[in-house]
Design a protein around this ligand. Structure first.
Ligand SMILES: Cc1cc2nc3c(=O)[nH]c(=O)nc-3n(C[C@H](O)[C@H](O)[C@H](O)COP(=O)(O)OP(=O)(O)OC[C@H]3O[C@@H](n4cnc5c(N)ncnc54)[C@H](O)[C@@H]3O)c2cc1C
Length: 508
């Protein structure tokens, strides 16, 4: 029996889950045996379905309506809608009574896990706990070999088509790249399951804990609030615990999700982004700049209000304490500071002695005055510095196959103005969702990334003939627009991509 898959998917986050749903629905409507794509496997490195587990913080909500789930915009009568999930879990009425379009992040993660389980029962193969490490051509034309690693051993599969949707990987500022093996420095992507142990280790030293959070986007704001709440419950000694939020801008800024602005997340906007670069050189960069504050380096207004309220309470307590001289209880609350107009340019680890209370010293540059100052020592540094979108490039470069798809040249502004240029570059901006790869290159910037050509239907265009089709999702923001890394269009996108996959001759 031919063990070759019709489709292998790298990664099983919401993007590929939406594809799995679109495939299952095709199987239901056309009969699986008659479909060109019958044998499908998704490979996911997490041990089970998990959606951003490091940021599933108590009380955090989705920044997208539940109606923009995996499928509703494409097929509202699907059995995979968020409403169907609520119904099957007997929570439909309670959810309605809740009176909000925005589920908690925890509930949305549970919806995704429910859908992932359901597609599995309908014939989609999912292999968890495996990381795709190499993609290469085989000696059979039109067949690719996918190698993944699981617990140190390698597994190979062959497939006719490949779908790469690996999401982002943490963007680490260059000032701390050399220190990332230190357990005191962590990215927000692993925050929720790393911080309890780190705090209890630090608390065991029985001295005030000092933490720096870097970044002015949604993740940093959420983490700052979460740290405050955790530190409130950790006994302080002679002085309170401290959290410094370090941001480059003059102040935290709100994300714009007002109704007119939100239309940039409509499925039609993908056509606009894709076409505009052909029709009007320079317009794509202007469009990104115009809508940057929907997602990048901004914080949702409710989170801003919560953070502001904490700072206001702190001011009030200080005022009361200084007047009455009896504010001991209030003064034991953690201290929050926002260090604005500051850019991290250096960091060093200090040996812990009786005299030093922390282990991390940060050098910050004032973005206006250009002056340098040392801050700390901190016990913990948390990086809310967003995500890069380069995993697809690394996988494509893992063998000679990449040469069929990318041109080994840097991308310039001129390239950006050409159609079909797809590659994004990290700029460590923080996103409001909070996701963030970076936006496409700003005019004049160059990227060391190879240049890839992608069709409107997300298929990589080979330079030399290649019978296998390779599709990408979540890494083509520069051509397909600001929704590419978000959930806004995933249901519709899955339909477009699967339509293309079903065709004998794909769209060009
Ligand atoms: C905390 C957080 C909250 C967010 N909230 C929202 C929101 O409210 N609204 C919104 O629109 N967007 C939000 N986003 C944006 C987010 O990118 C999307 O929600 C969504 O996760 C994108 O799905 P994806 O499948 O493309 O990527 P991911 O969700 O990142 O999934 C990619 C998967 O691929 C796996 N993978 C990567 N490399 C490999 C490999 N080599 N081998 C095997 N598996 C691999 C990863 O483990 C991961 O499970 C949020 C992002 C974050 C970080």
């Amino acid at each position: 029996m031919d063990q070759t898959y019709d489709l292998v998917g790298c990664g099983f986050g919401p993007s590929n889950l939406a594809i799995a749903i679109a495939i299952v629905e095709r199987w239901n409507s056309e009969s699986r045996e008659r479909c060109p794509i019958k044998k499908v496997c998704f490979i996911e490195k997490h041990p089970r379905f998990l959606w951003h587990p490091g940021m599933l913080l108590p009380g955090t909500t989705m920044q997208i309506s539940f109606l923009k789930d995996l499928v509703t915009l494409r097929n509202p009568s699907s059995e995979f809608t968020f409403l169907a999930y609520l119904h099957s879990n007997n929570r439909l009425l309670s959810f309605i009574n809740r009176g909000s379009f925005f589920p908690t992040r925890r509930e949305f993660a549970d919806y995704l896990a429910w859908a992932a389980e359901k597609v599995k029962t309908l014939g989609i193969e999912i292999s968890y706990g495996e990381e795709v490490v190499e993609i290469r051509e085989t000696c059979i034309e039109g067949v690719l070999q996918i190698t993944s690693s699981r617990d140190g051993s390698q597994i190979t599969r062959t497939t006719k088509n490949l779908l790469i949707s690996p999401g982002g990987s943490p963007a680490i500022p260059s000032a701390v790249t050399h220190m990332m093996d230190s357990e005191n420095i962590l990215h927000t992507s692993i925050y929720a399951y790393s911080i309890p142990r780190l705090l209890s280790q630090t608390a065991a030293k029985q001295r005030p804990i000092r933490i720096a959070v870097l970044g002015g986007g949604q993740s940093s704001a959420e983490v700052t609030i979460d740290l405050y709440r955790r530190l409130e419950h950790l006994p302080a000694s002679d002085r309170p615990h401290e959290v410094d939020l370090i941001i480059r801008k003059g102040s935290l800024k709100p994300s714009d999700d007002s109704p007119f602005t939100n239309t940039i997340f409509n499925p039609e906007a993908t056509d606009l982004f894709y076409e505009i670069s052909t029709a009007n050189p320079g317009a794509r960069s202007r469009l990104f700049s115009e809508y940057r504050n929907t997602n990048y380096g901004v914080v949702n207004p409710e989170t801003l209000d919560t953070l502001h309220e904490l700072l206001y309470e702190q001011e009030l307590s200080d005022g009361i304490a200084s007047r009455s001289n009896s504010g001991t209880a209030e003064n034991s609350a953690p201290r929050l500071r926002i260090l604005n107009n500051q850019c991290l340019i250096g960091a060093s680890l200090t040996e812990e002695t009786d005299q030093t209370e922390g282990r991390l010293s940060l050098t910050l540059q004032d973005t206006h005055k250009r002056t340098l100052a040392a801050f700390g020592p901190y016990d913990i540094l948390i990086l809310g510095t967003g995500y890069e979108r380069q995993i697809h490039t690394k996988l494509l470069s893992s063998s000679e196959l990449g040469k069929k798809f990318y041109r080994d040249q840097t991308i310039t502004e001129t390239d950006l103005l050409n159609p079909l240029t797809a590659s994004s570059t990290p700029d460590s901006t923080e996103a409001s969702t909070p996701t963030s790869s970076s936006l496409s290159l700003e005019p004049g910037m160059t990227s060391p990334s190879p240049k890839l050509l992608v069709t409107r239907k997300y298929r990589l265009v080979p330079i030399e003939p290649c019978k296998s089709r390779i599709y990408v999702q979540g890494c083509v923001e520069s051509t397909h627009g600001i929704s590419d890394t978000l959930l806004s269009v995933i249901g519709v996108r899955a339909g477009e991509l699967v339509d293309d996959l079903w065709k004998d001759e794909p769209d060009t």
